[in-house]
Design a protein around this ligand. Structure first.
Ligand code: NAD
Length: 354
């Protein structure tokens, strides 16, 4: 079995669904603390799949992690668990240090203890894959080349600083203790099951609710968008073929200013769900004060992953964003549950603490 941490979150949830979508795939132990961002209704379709074992807990809990590793004879760990929202990190950085830095440290220590005791052949094939972000590289000017794996780390927000620290710990556990690690640094993800505090789901849902579509500053901040299912396929590829101790950038060459992303969503909604009064959803765009220290541009050079491991994204931004908007239109039960918090009641009925 594999251990996935943070598998009730946006990317982790998509990864678990994607992994178990393969009928011959091995099982997943899903360790998640169920913070505000953890949502087990995303995994409702797996309620009767015995290959999915949910464990409610914290990656900082060394004893719990070690017992799960032993109990389920784990052969690989994929670490998604994190505090992930930049705005929240500005208002309350403490949780980010606790989970992203201390949590990753405790997780690494539990994995190291388990891995050290494995028989030699299992030790060799064991993998610890750490999922990280392009934000560790800092911000680019318009003319700079995209981030490659050799860019220096220059994190600017409490979130990216905490992720940078976790990446360094993972690297050090490889160089110091020989732990078989892999790290991926990816660009902004979008797609189904995305918590509506992030730009793309927020814009879709606010547009449909007739609310303002908030744009930070001038809206010219550039992000490089990756469809979440492409991210999942990249992680699977790195897990099976990545070179130990290496990092791989994951991106799909889709740099877009935030304002363009919002206009694209509005025009897709205009065609899929025209407003009764005939106006465009773009009329709801509202400019708000920029976020402090807002990075201007991120862009990922994914050449290494494409060339060395033969990975390719399946979606362009145009195809991925259309699928995403359609998904939100078709799954309003999920989003209503998240917005009302009712998914917590469902979770309490389904699961009890281990
Ligand atoms: P998310 O916030 O949607 O989900 C995080 C999950 O981790 C939640 O289910 C939460 O309950 C769980 N969690 C938080 N603290 C925990 C702890 N101490 N122990 C166990 N579980 C805990 O995040 P996401 O967007 O799915 O991101 C997943 C990973 O990918 C993160 O490491 C993030 O830094 C990285 N990443 C995300 C993006 C993006 O665009 N979303 C881009 C690059 C990298």
């Amino acid at each position: 079995m594999i251990l996935v941490t943070g598998g009730a979150g946006f990317i982790g949830g998509n990864f678990v669904l994607d992994w178990l979508g393969n009928p011959s795939a091995e099982g997943v132990v899903n360790l998640d603390k169920l913070t505000y961002a953890g949502n087990l209704t995303t995994l409702q379709s797996l309620s009767s799949d015995t290959r999915h074992v949910f464990a409610h807990g914290d990656i900082s809990n060394y004893e719990l992690v070690l017992s799960l590793l032993k109990k389920h004879s784990i052969r690989a760990v994929v670490n998604f668990a994190a505090e992930s929202h930049v705005d929240r990190s500005i208002h309350g950085p403490g949780d980010f240090i606790q989970t992203n830095v201390v949590g990753t440290f405790n997780l690494l220590e539990a994995v190291r203890a388990y891995w050290s005791d494995l028989p030699e052949s299992e030790k060799k094939s064991f993998r610890f894959l750490h999922v990280s972000t392009d934000e560790v590289y800092g911000s680019l000017s318009p003319a700079d080349p995209a981030f490659s794996e050799t860019n220096p780390y220059e994190p600017n927000s409490p979130y990216s600083a905490s992720k940078a620290a976790s990446d360094h710990l993972v690297r050090a556990w490889h160089h110091t203790y020989g732990l078989p690690v892999l790290t991926t640094n990816c660009s902004n993800n979008y797609g189904p099951y995305h918590f509506p505090e992030k730009l793309i789901p927020l814009v879709i849902l606010n547009a449909l609710a007739g609310k303002p579509l908030p744009i930070y500053g001038d809206g010219q901040q550039i992000r490089d968008w990756l469809y979440v299912k492409d991210h999942c396929s990249a992680i699977r590829r790195v897990l099976e073929a990545g070179k130990l101790g290496e990092t791989y950038n994951v991106g799909s060459w889709n740099e877009k200013p935030n304002l363009d992303v919002v206009h694209t969503i509005c025009s897709i909604l205009d065609s899929l769900r025209p407003k009764a009064d005939g106006t465009s959803y773009a009329s709801q765009i509202t400019y708000v004060k920029d976020r402090p220290g807002h990075d201007r541009r991120y862009a990922i050079d994914a050449t290494k992953l494409e060339r060395e491991l033969g990975w390719k994204p399946a979606e362009t931004f145009e195809t991925g964003i259309r699928k995403t908007v359609q998904w939100y239109l078709d799954n309003q039960g999920w989003t209503n549950g998240v917005l009302s918090g009712s998914y917590r009641d469902w979770v309490q009925k389904q699961y009890s603490n281990p």
